[in-house]
Design a protein around this ligand. Structure first.
Ligand code: ATP
Ligand code: MG
Length: 446
């Protein structure tokens, strides 16, 4: 991509409305634009990251055996009357009427619709277990939309739903999603810690919120420091096999949000030097809710014994758009964003220090082609701008590598390669720099 043809409205000034780093940086780096309170347009650079995050979520869910579908954003109010939630859901629900005075709503979540789809398509225990998910926009008319995409009104969510014949099956489905979440967040370059969460009227131990530690998070959290260095399963994980060991490793050490925190237990179980008290951002939540929807909506499956029973359900959410804010909260410095490789909008920023100089232009064009041929996403700054401005833009948008081509080094056949995260720079022969980028891209894709 050539920057001269791209839409990248960066800014030096801190927008007054943004109180936290991720919000400021997403606006300044031209990732998003607010169109109304809590409603954002995704500009090209932001959209690339959103799509990468989404792709990791999708890939890990497929690996775990879940199946993707797509439901509409608008739903009939009558569907929600079946579960009793149309009246129960408060002013967060955006209610709409069409030209025929039919009542609709913009979905804040999709339990009703997925149960409706399931009940009209699946009848037999032989079709279970089933795990369906979508990545779709949601609308919640939040009282206080704030912190940019962290608490928007329109936001992108992955919502998944499992259907099982009994509680034991549902527990297994829950474990599969628990482990898939460990892998997906780790792949995005962040640590999200599963914390026990309130389960509501159903009770039991089957709800976790996945929380990224950040001082700017909305809820206080209490964590055993040991959780910060736990491994996640490799990609050879067998989701049909026994997942107890992974789930135990990640749910036995103390980790709780303020809602369920037990101070006495925290102090009893965690030695003082391992007690972490900080704040966090919820990037996902998983939940077993049994027959909460199946009973009122009559979602029945015939078992091997010929008897019809309500299915046991679970739901699994990931805040896809919120994740961009959380990733930036966890990875930035005073100059801008520092994207983890796996979600960076481009891997390499190619900087032409002397646009219009024939030799420099030729060298840049050749590098640009070469990188693209190797399948590396590269953003080529071919604008007629001062070097200082180009460097500032590259640091702000946070691409993992900067490849800098200027007249002086080029005379020796050299370019400069800078790693954004560490600030480390090396002046290398062109081929050596290319080889290093190719090797890094290869490593990142394994
Ligand atoms: P919160 O407690 O932050 O309001 P929630 O518990 O109501 O969120 P869920 O219903 O669990 O949210 O939705 C699944 C995921 O969607 C959440 O874990 C979160 O990452 C994301 N999410 C929820 N509300 C918003 C929002 N207003 N803006 C952006 N992401 C959101
Ligand atoms: Mg939640």
């Amino acid at each position: 991509m050539r920057l001269s043809r791209y839409l990248l409205p960066t800014s030096k000034d801190n927008p007054a409305e943004a109180q936290i780093a991720s919000h400021r940086l997403m606006l300044r780096a031209g990732l998003i634009r607010q169109e109304a309170a809590g409603i954002y347009a995704w500009l090209p650079l932001g959209l690339r990251v959103l799509r990468k995050v989404e792709a990791i979520v999708r890939d890990e869910l497929h690996r775990a055996g879940a199946v993707e579908l797509l439901m509409p954003t608008l739903q009939l109010a009558d569907l929600w009357r079946e579960s009793g939630r149309y009246d129960a859901y408060g002013p967060e629900m955006l209610r709409i009427r069409d030209r025929h005075e039919r009542e609709l709503l913009y979905g804040p979540t999709n339990e009703e619709m997925i149960h409706e789809i399931f009940r009209s398509t699946v009848r037999s225990y032989r079709d279970l277990p089933m795990n369906l998910f979508q990545v779709q926009w949601k609308f919640r008319d939040e009282q206080r939309p704030r912190f940019g995409v962290l608490r928007g009104r329109e936001f992108l969510m992955k919502d998944g739903y499992s259907f099982d014949l009994d509680e034991a099956g549902a527990r297994k489905s829950y474990q599969q999603m628990f482990v898939a979440y460990l892998r997906m967040f780790r792949r995005m370059g962040i640590t999200a810690i599963p914390m026990r969460a309130e389960t509501g009227p159903i009770g039991g131990d089957l709800s976790h919120e996945f929380i990224v530690l950040a001082e700017t998070g909305e809820s206080a959290v209490y964590v055993d420091r040991d959780m910060l260095s736990l491994d996640v399963p490799g990609d050879d994980i067998d989701y049909r096999g026994d997942l107890d060991a992974w789930v135990d490793a990640w749910s036995v050490p103390y980790a709780a949000t303020e809602d369920v925190h037990e101070a006495a237990r925290f102090e009893r179980e965690v030695p003082p030097e391992r007690r972490v008290r900080t704040r966090g951002i919820e990037v996902g939540q998983i939940f077993y809710y049994g027959a909460k929807y199946a009973t009122p909506m009559r979602v029945l499956v015939t078992g091997a014994d010929g008897i019809e029973r309500p299915i046991h359900g679970g739901c699994y959410g990931v805040g896809v758009s919120r994740l961009l804010g959380a990733i930036i909260e966890a990875g930035h410095d005073e100059r801008g964003i520092v994207w983890p490789d796996a979600v960076a909008p481009f891997q390499v920023g190619l900087v032409n220090l002397q646009q219009g100089d024939e030799q420099v232009d030729l060298a840049c064009e050749a590098l640009y082609k070469e990188l693209q041929r190797a399948g590396i996403d590269v953003l080529y700054d071919d604008r007629d701008e001062r070097a200082g401005g180009k460097f500032a833009t590259m640091d702000l948008i946070g691409l993992p590598w900067q490849l800098v081509v200027g007249p002086r080094d080029l005379k020796q056949g050299m370019v400069e390669l800078k790693r954004r995260a560490t600030g480390e720079r090396e002046t290398l022969l062109i081929d050596t720099a290319l080889a290093k980028l190719l090797k890094d891209a290869h490593r990142a894709s394994i």
